[in-house]
Design a protein around this ligand. Structure first.
Ligand SMILES: N[C@@H](CCC(=O)N[C@@H](CS)C(=O)NCC(=O)O)C(=O)O
Length: 240
């Protein structure tokens, strides 16, 4: 059976990582049987999660995993959609992965209060004498990578402005449709759900989350996707 390597359920989300959530949502959309394994980080072929082992084929990166599912298993995530709509969906995916992602990383890892609520606990399984050092090293690496990427060079107010533009764009494009392109989910909905769900995560206090909460179609979309693909995570209709 296909194995998906994950961080594991966290913060009421399918996974602490939106990229893992995206890959798992694609598997659920495809209806393929799979098992999750949250012990795979040290063997990750690219040093990141998610990756899969599909009958001996080990493959990292959520988008490459999608292409693999399409090619190996004949899944058509975008059935019924074409042309301009799919080009727009691709652009939305990459905006969320390459732009909004870094703003939410900043909110979770740089702000002390959010770090204490969330990422700090990723290290809870490390033996106590080593834990503070490992936590400090990983946080420092993350902050350096944000600086190298560019988002980390902005002040918090500018980061919020930039992130809110992404949320507004998704909200406008979604409009009153149930899914990004229409009545049925397309492949990009796995990504939109993962990143909008992350932005709305109630564990983290951030103006980005508050802006997302002020866009009712995004909240309804997150709830719709959660109910459809993760009914086990829905408690009284909320995702927290
Ligand atoms: N392009 C990759 C990005 C994956 C990614 O950035 N994963 C992060 C978690 S959100 C990770 O594993 N980071 C661990 C590290 O950098 O050490 C994908 O689409 O899968």
């Amino acid at each position: 059976m296909l194995t998906l390597y994950t961080f594991g359920r966290a913060f009421g989300l399918p996974d602490g990582s939106p990229f893992v959530t995206k890959a798992e949502t694609l598997l659920r959309m495809a209806g393929l049987p799979y098992q999750s394994n949250s012990q795979g980080m040290f063997k990750a072929p690219k040093g990141k999660l998610p990756y899969i082992n599909d009958g001996g084929t080990v493959l990292a990166d959520s988008t490459l995993i999608r292409f693999h599912l399409e090619q190996r298993h004949g899944i058509d995530f975008d059935a019924g959609y074409g042309g301009e709509a799919l080009a727009m969906a691709w652009a939305v995916e990459k905006m969320l992965e390459e732009h909004l992602y870094f703003a939410t990383l900043h909110a979770r890892w740089v702000r002390d209060d959010n770090f204490e609520r969330g990422p700090r606990h990723f290290f809870d399984a490390i033996p106590l004498p080593l834990r503070p050092l490992v936590r400090w090293l990983v946080r420092r690496k993350l902050i350096k990578s944000l600086h190298a990427q560019g988002m980390g060079r902005h002040g918090e107010a500018d980061i919020i402005t930039l992130a809110n533009r992404d949320l507004d764009a998704v909200s406008t494009l979604l409009g009153d449709k149930p899914y990004l392109l229409g009545e049925r989910p397309c492949g990009a909905d796995a990504t939109v759900f993962a990143f909008i769900g992350g932005a709305l995560c109630p564990v983290f206090e951030t103006p980005i989350r508050r802006h997302a909460e002020s866009l009712p179609n995004l909240v309804a979309y997150r709830d719709r996707m959660l109910a459809r693909f993760y009914p086990e995570l829905v408690r009284g209709g909320a995702s927290g």
